[in-house]
Design a protein around this ligand. Structure first.
Ligand SMILES: Cc1cc2nc3c(=O)[nH]c(=O)nc-3n(C[C@H](O)[C@H](O)[C@H](O)COP(=O)(O)OP(=O)(O)OC[C@H]3O[C@@H](n4cnc5c(N)ncnc54)[C@H](O)[C@@H]3O)c2cc1C
Ligand SMILES: *[C@@H]1O[C@H](CO)[C@@H](O)[C@H](O)[C@H]1NC(C)=O
Ligand SMILES: *[C@@H]1O[C@H](CO)[C@@H](O)[C@H](O)[C@H]1NC(C)=O
Ligand SMILES: *[C@@H]1O[C@H](CO)[C@@H](O)[C@H](O)[C@H]1NC(C)=O
Ligand SMILES: *[C@@H]1O[C@H](CO)[C@@H](O)[C@H](O)[C@H]1NC(C)=O
Ligand SMILES: *[C@@H]1O[C@H](CO)[C@@H](O)[C@H](O)[C@H]1NC(C)=O
Length: 591
């Protein structure tokens, strides 16, 4: 039987970007070793905040969490508003609405689930849920930036006053990097310009470029590109930002099998540095920074205000969906047959989106860029024959061919998983073709064991694709990503859903389960794999090696050059090892 939790897991996959470190039980060091926080002597005075507000054109806000409308008060301010509460409750799983918010994360565990409308008084939530709406892990002040100079002013102010900066774009980070208590949030989501240019580039590229503001999401740029018969290499989730976490962590999407890693296609960035200067980074100017921003770490080198990417003439694409619903051994045999054939899809440049929980696998869809229906049929027929021979229960949709990717995306994509507001902890792994070829059966057994370990609480999602199929980059010149990116067959995430309203101790136990019980099973089964720094466990052991491998030492030098005093800090991102969060609140030096 499928539990309600698993059903909601299965539909809510593949998405949010959360972060949280295991509860550090060490006493706080002297405040000089920490960033400056509310209540500290060094915290700026009201007139200083007002002065910052004037510098940023009145765009400094003290954001009240939207869910406060469902509670009596927030920080002593009466907030109950049933009509507004109904709106917030209805929009909670709408990721476009969530992206527009000032400082809350799409994955509520990173705000400490504070002011959650789904567990507010009167919702029938279980005992132990809070009746009050508190700050949780959120920040007080947010700059809703509209221009690069707003961002530069925010960086200056934070550096002078030793404040922690949180860069918040869409809030997608399901690893929690875009949330932080007591920080100054610099919200980039309102920088939403989009400009196409058809000029030939010095490297010979003739497909044109698009320059986007830092806040632009795929759903903003895709329709505009498709209308011009162009493709941009973006991700599958419409509300992920293209110039923020995506490109700085690498980035993968439905066309990665033919075009490579998302960051391979960046041509130039405009960046606010730690010293407050606004600079260009491209292959001529600040070329080391340019390279590092291409997959080398999110939220750590500077704040990108705009980015330019190559565009390409659209190619035709074929697609098909597959659903396996079965039980026990037969279900997992179906998964095994489909999964161990992953290299046969990736070596054709295909991309296969899936979500999976015990008893149900949704593959929606197989994406076959530049392949005819007959070519896709030749790839999937051997799989379907084997599923039939094994008596696995499945359905498929007819293979369809579209003249451009956008038409397939609009017609075939699974859309229910774009939900925000899901209270889960995430892990993930970027599983190499080598591991799937050599030990595919063991990997599927690991998925089964993970699922059985916490029944009804674990689900999976992923993308079978090899960004190195065409774009090889053996010297890491195109992007600063882990070399395993170029031999990947599955960029996989798993999620673990705890019961609602957990204490700090219970929470620590849930995180331990993700990192060691579940993550451990997967790590053991995939010794030649790595982790996509945007789609993994924020507590991944040896994250420097898991996320960046041999590329990391060079990235660390660039971080130290551009930000020697750690004005920017993001959990488990490049150069973050000198600091740690104390009980998820204060950021303090540990070295
Ligand atoms: C439902 C869902 C689907 C996803 N699908 C894909 C996918 O198809 N392909 C893929 O590659 N990834 C995917 N991701 C992962 C996604 O790329 C990351 O979550 C990414 O970090 C989101 O970036 P953001 O800027 O939109 O979000 P945010 O959470 O606002 O920011 C993420 C990180 O980037 C930093 N950052 C944001 N903007 C800037 C900036 N302008 N300058 C410097 N740092 C900045 C933040 O500080 C934070 O560390 C998906 C995530 C979700 C939740
Ligand atoms: C900043 O200024 C604007 C416009 O004057 C005002 O509405 C807003 O409340 C101010 N923000 C803060 C935090 O005081
Ligand atoms: C989701 O949010 C966006 C932005 O607020 C809004 O325009 C859209 O109508 C919402 N969608 C639904 C289904 O409510
Ligand atoms: C986080 O939530 C837990 C459970 O409600 C609570 O015990 C704890 O005090 C909260 N921490 C903060 C900083 O709000
Ligand atoms: C698509 O396929 C054609 C014919 O095989 C080939 O010439 C072309 O380069 C391919 N385009 C891309 C973008 O891979
Ligand atoms: C599939 O079912 C058929 C008919 O019931 C049976 O003969 C066959 O042995 C089954 N095959 C497997 C692999 O279970």
């Amino acid at each position: 039987m499928k539990t309600a939790a698993v059903t909601s897991l299965a539909v809510a996959l593949a998405g949010l970007c959360n972060a949280y470190q295991p509860l550090a039980r060490n006493p706080a060091p002297p405040s000089t070793k920490c960033k400056c926080y509310p209540g500290d002597k060094c915290w700026p005075s009201d007139p200083e905040w007002s002065s910052l507000n004037r510098t940023v054109g009145g765009r400094l806000v003290k954001a009240i969490p939207p869910g406060a409308a469902c509670y009596p008060s927030f920080n002593g301010i009466p907030t109950a508003d049933p009509a507004q509460c109904a709106v917030v409750s209805a929009q909670w799983s709408n990721s476009t609405w969530m992206a527009d918010q000032a400082n809350i994360p799409m994955t509520p565990v990173w705000s400490n689930n504070t002011c959650d409308p789904t567990t507010a008084p009167g919702t029938g939530s279980p005992a132990g849920c809070s009746n009050v709406c508190l700050e949780g892990f959120l920040s007080v002040y947010t700059i809703l930036a509209e221009r690069a100079s707003d961002i530069a002013s925010g960086v200056e102010f934070a550096r002078k006053n030793n404040l922690r900066i949180i860069i918040r774009n869409t809030g997608h980070c399901f690893m929690g990097r875009s949330t932080g208590w007591g920080s100054l949030v610099i919200n980039t989501h309102r920088l939403n310009s989009i400009e196409f240019n058809s000029k030939k580039l010095p490297d010979g590229h003739t497909g044109g470029t698009v320059k986007i503001g830092a806040g632009v999401m795929f759903q903003d740029v895709y329709p505009k590109a498709w209308a011009r018969n162009l493709d941009v290499l973006g991700g599958e989730c419409p509300t992920v930002g293209m110039a923020g976490g995506f490109v700085q962590g690498g980035g993968q999407g439905p066309l990665s099998g033919i075009y490579g890693v998302g960051s391979d296609h960046a041509v130039s960035f405009e960046v606010v540095l730690a010293n407050g200067r606004i600079v260009t980074a491209d292959d001529k100017t600040n070329s080391d920074l340019f390279w590092a921003l291409k997959g080398g770490g999110m939220g750590t080198f500077g704040i990108v205000t705009s980015a330019t990417f190559k565009t390409y003439p659209t190619v035709s694409v074929s697609g098909m969906s597959l659903h396996i619903t079965d039980e026990g051994d037969r279900f997992w045999e179906g998964v095994r047959l489909w999964y161990t054939m992953a290299p046969s899809y990736t070596e054709k440049g295909m991309y296969v989106w899936y979500s999976m929980s015990e008893g149900a696998l949704t593959v929606q869809p197989f994406v076959a860029p530049n392949m005819t229906a007959a070519e896709l049929k030749a790839v999937v027929d051997p799989l379907l024959d084997q599923l039939r021979a094994a008596n696995v229960t499945f359905t498929t949709t007819p293979i369809q061919t579209f003249s451009k990717f956008g038409d397939l995306y609009n017609a075939m994509w699974e859309t229910t998983h774009h939900a925000s507001g899901l209270g889960a902890f995430w892990g993930g792994r970027m599983i190499s073709q080598k591991d799937i070829r050599e030990r595919g059966d063991d990997i599927v057994q690991a998925y089964r064991d993970m699922s059985a370990r916490y029944p009804g609480q674990v689900a999976f999602g992923g993308h079978l694709v090899n960004p190195g199929h065409r774009a090889k980059d053996p010297q890491q010149k195109l992007s600063a990503v882990h070399p395993v990116w170029r031999d990947t067959a599955d960029i996989e995430v798993f999620l673990y859903i705890p019961p609602p309203c957990q204490s700090a101790e219970q929470r620590a136990e849930h995180e331990r389960r993700v990192t060691y019980d579940l993550g451990g099973l997967l790590r053991n089964a995939t010794p030649n794999s790595a982790v996509y720094p945007n789609e993994g466990d924020i507590n991944e052991p040896n994250w420097q090696d898991a996320f960046w491998g041999p590329v990391y030492p060079k990235l660390l030098k660039i971080k130290q050059k551009y930000d020697p005093t750690d004005v920017f800090w993001a959990k488990a991102s490049t150069g973050s090892e000198g600091w740690a969060l104390q009980d998820n609140l204060k950021l303090c030096k540990v070295k």
